[in-house]
Design a protein around this ligand. Structure first.
Ligand code: ASP
Length: 397
């Protein structure tokens, strides 16, 4: 396993064990552990808004409308179907196992406080559109900001002036810097995660970690089903291909995806295995894989659905069937909109749980296990891209 993830897991373990060994005296070290954990988290959260907004503006601005015709239509359909199946599996499992139910909310980030979300569906739809995006941003209302970003991206795409092109460059710069910022903050994760685990155990005992472990198991199981059941069936039915031979050929790309936790960073290897291992038609494969590296994120969508429902369970937010359907829909779209870089899911999850009245700080509960699961979901993302490339692309003569 990659070094950083090992260190984060070690941090989690050390923090939890230390607090357990100290017993009731553990809380006396709150003056140290709480700032360490909270500052780490705030560093991460401070990047959420610019990262999510710039990623979305660029994704929309750079969508190729022409690409959606013909092959593009098949790719889009396959992306939506495979992503929906992935989210469906994840959501079904998390609702079945309910890893977040019955937790003492006082031990959770932000004291477990929930702001009642509006229950009026009409008002909820109206509220998606901010009259003042800066006010919405200052109030921490993420979803309206994301809607604003989509509109801004559409307008940017239609504006063909030198200044608009420069603006797009600036937005790309914001994205690049924030993505780099996330990497920098993540190097502090072993300490931040250790301190968060310490505080969780100091307040709630070792049992405080059980829900997170169960969540990680549910997410890993769902990702496994997508990879080892859904993909082989899709390959057999839609591409008449032997799944074992397929997975053998794409192994190098899956290994790089696992190690880097970034579909974007894996792209060169993904392209190479499509060409050399699978021997796919180069033009189609290149197109599918390049778009797929940021738009077809089955593993990410699955993970985001599971994480959103898990956090809602933790905070005692009971979602109706309709609201769960909304989570599925949002996760499918979020899977398409999430950037192919490490930890890109975290801001998306923070934004969506915020819409249900849960404080965005709640994502802190995931951070300890996120890196390992990121490696797993990125592997699924890349495998999904290659499955679609194999179905649409066809082998070279
Ligand atoms: N790391 C993922 C990827 O690059 C995105 C995420 O879910 O965080 O595919």
């Amino acid at each position: 396993m990659e070094r950083l993830s090992l260190r984060i897991l070690l941090g989690l373990l050390v923090g939890a064990v230390l607090a357990a060994l100290l017993g009731p005296a553990a809380i006396e070290w709150r003056w140290l552990a709480e700032p360490l954990g909270t500052i780490f988290l705030r560093l991460l959260l401070s990047l959420v808004l610019p990262l999510a907004v710039s990623a979305l503006v660029l994704a929309v601005a750079e969508l190729q409308p022409g690409a959606l015709v013909g092959t593009g239509g098949r790719i889009l359909a396959l992306t939506l179907v495979l992503t929906s199946i992935a989210v469906g599996i994840g959501v079904a499992l998390v609702e079945l196992v309910k890893p977040g139910v019955g937790v003492d909310r006082a031990t959770l980030p932000a004291g477990g406080a929930v702001t009642p979300a509006t229950t009026d569906a009409v008002q909820a739809i109206i509220d998606l559109f901010p009259s003042n995006p800066f006010k919405a941003a200052a109030d921490g209302n993420m979803v309206p900001i994301l809607v604003f970003a989509v509109v801004a991206g559409l307008a940017l795409r239609r504006t063909d002036t030198a200044a608009a092109h420069r603006l797009a460059e600036v937005v790309r710069g914001v994205f690049d810097v924030c993505a780099q910022g996330v990497q920098m903050v993540m190097t502090l994760a072993p300490v931040g995660v250790g301190a968060t685990a310490y505080m969780a155990v100091a307040k709630g005992g070792l049992t405080a970690l059980v829900p997170v472990a169960n969540f990680a198991l549910v997410a890993a199981l769902a990702l496994g089903i997508q990879t080892f059941v859904v993909y082989p069936i899709a390959l057999r039915l839609l591409a008449r291909t032997d799944p074992v031979a397929f997975f053998r050929a794409v192994r190098p790309a899956l290994a790089v995806a696992f190690a880097t936790a970034s579909s974007a960073a894996t792209l060169p290897t993904t392209l190479r295995v499509a060409d050399e291992g699978l021997r796919l038609q180069p033009e189609t494969a290149r197109f599918v894989l390049t778009v797929g590296a940021s738009a077809n994120q089955n593993g990410t969508a699955l993970y985001e659905g599971v994480a959103i429902l898990f956090i809602c369970q933790l905070y005692g937010v009971d979602l109706s069937l309709g609201q769960q359907a909304v989570v599925v829909g949002v996760s499918v779209l979020a899977g398409i909109g999430t950037a192919g870089v490490p930890a890109a899911s975290i801001p998306v999850i923070a934004a969506v749980v915020g819409a249900f009245g849960v404080p965005p700080e709640a994502v802190a509960v995931l951070v300890g296990v996120d890196r390992v699961l990121d490696m797993c979901r990125t592997t699924v993302n890349v495998a999904g891209d290659l499955v679609i490339a194999r179905i649409v692309g066809g082998e070279r003569a």
